[in-house]
Ligand binder design. Structure first.
Ligand SMILES: Cc1cc2nc3c(=O)[nH]c(=O)nc-3n(C[C@H](O)[C@H](O)[C@H](O)COP(=O)(O)OP(=O)(O)OC[C@H]3O[C@@H](n4cnc5c(N)ncnc54)[C@H](O)[C@@H]3O)c2cc1C
Length: 354
């Protein structure tokens, strides 16, 4: 293709965390990228805390592929911090409330297992939580966890794309898409491949809506707790996540059934009640937000090209764990798109029948 601003290699649709990371890796590979995104303050990326938590669930098991995901995520976010001159990766231990002796025993047993001592501490250091929260039966502490300001990353990357004239800020219009033999046109733009990174809105994508998208709504509160001084993350039914200026992210709810993506009174009441259960300090609610996670039933991302139209591809399904999954799989998706490196079966959309 001739080199001009309108001739590009990849057209990306959607610039949440998935689109941001993929755009970054494609640009790193020397490809010309243009993004179409309609900013939405209710996109999952704008509402998420961005917690990277290596030990999850009631059985305290390591998250899928976490030994590879976390070091790669850390390296990628640090590289983006330098490139965009922002601070987004905050290494923070997670304190996890253990509600009874059974939970405490399970935790202690797990800390002794091979591969777990790297992430789990048998003694938790409560620090400021000791004075400002209701004491629980016991606590475990997770390390090599982090909180990533994924919304701030998407905003900074959007500013970078604007500077490069590489973003069109509008709702993608499927009527304007013309699929050609060797590529496609979108208005004035000609590209080899379009990659859809639309988050949960992919369920309305006429080419990829055969994939089993779920979508799980989550609501969160942003609260001010003056003088709390918490530095670690606490998980006591809900998460308390330090942001900045005495602000904390409290969340979240998790619903597979919902009418829309608006915040609800029930969601707010639930979160406020959970916070009151644990916090012994006054707080003020500053914001109440909601979004829909691009969650999928088998909890594995969606990567690949359309089975009949290879000009169209998808990078989605980051679910509840975009902050840790995103960098690693965006890099693999970029390698697949640019070098034809085979995708792993677990994430390849070829696992679903069209
Ligand atoms: C309440 C909540 C808490 C969360 N907490 C965490 C957490 O602690 N840790 C973690 O790792 N993950 C967390 N997540 C999950 C995380 O947010 C997601 O995994 C990730 O942000 C998904 O990114 P995405 O780019 O796929 O989707 P999105 O963030 O939804 O971005 C999609 C983008 O595409 C745009 N778009 C869609 N369709 C079109 C169209 N047709 N035309 C133009 N633009 C379009 C949207 O406007 C948006 O900008 C949380 C999510 C929620 C909702």
């Amino acid at each position: 293709m001739a080199e001009s601003n309108n001739h590009i290699d990849f057209l990306l649709i959607g610039q949440g965390l998935a689109g941001t990371l993929l755009a970054y890796f494609l640009a790193q590979a020397g490809k010309r990228v243009h993004v179409v995104d309609q900013y939405n303050k209710r996109a999952a990326t704008q509402v998420a805390a961005g917690i990277i938590n290596p030990i999850t669930g009631r059985r305290y098991v390591k998250s899928w592929r976490v030994d590879e995901l976390i070091p790669f995520a850390r390296e990628t976010y640090h590289a983006l911090e330098s490139k965009l001159d922002i601070a987004i990766y905050h290494e923070r231990n997670i304190l996890r409330t253990l509600f009874n002796s059974r939970e405490e025993n399970d935790w202690m047993a797990r800390t002794g297992e091979e591969g777990y001592e790297h992430y789990m501490l048998d003694r938790a250091g409560l620090k400021a939580y000791a004075e400002k929260t209701v004491p629980a039966y016991s606590y475990g502490e997770v390390r090599h966890s982090a909180q990533v300001d994924v919304g701030k990353l998407a905003d900074a990357y959007r500013a970078h794309l604007r500077e490069q004239n590489a973003i069109t800020e509008e709702r993608f219009d499927f009527e304007k898409l013309e699929i050609q033999e060797e590529g496609l046109r979108y208005g004035e733009l000609e590209a080899r491949t379009a990659v859809f990174c639309e988050g949960y809105r992919a369920k309305d994508n006429p080419f990829f809506n055969y994939l089993p998208f779920g979508g799980a709504k989550g609501e969160v509160l942003i609260v001010r707790i003056p003088e709390a001084g918490f530095e670690k993350i606490l998980k006591h039914r809900v998460f308390i996540v330090p942001l900045q200026d005495s602000l904390y992210w409290i969340g979240s709810t998790y619903n597979w059934k919902y009418e829309d993506d608006s915040p609800t009174t029930e969601g707010r009441d639930y979160l406020e009640a959970r916070l009151r259960d644990v916090l012994e300090a006054p707080f003020e609610i500053v914001e109440h937000r909601a979004a829909i996670r691009p969650a999928v039933k088998d909890r594995r991302p969606f990567l690949g090209r359309h089975p009949e139209l290879p000009q169209l591809a998808i990078f989605n399904g980051l679910g509840t764990k975009g902050a840790s999954l995103g960098p690693f799989w965006a890099r693999r998706m970029a390698d697949f798109l640019t070098e034809n490196v085979k995708l792993e079966e677990a994430v390849d959309i070829g696992r679903f029948e069209r």
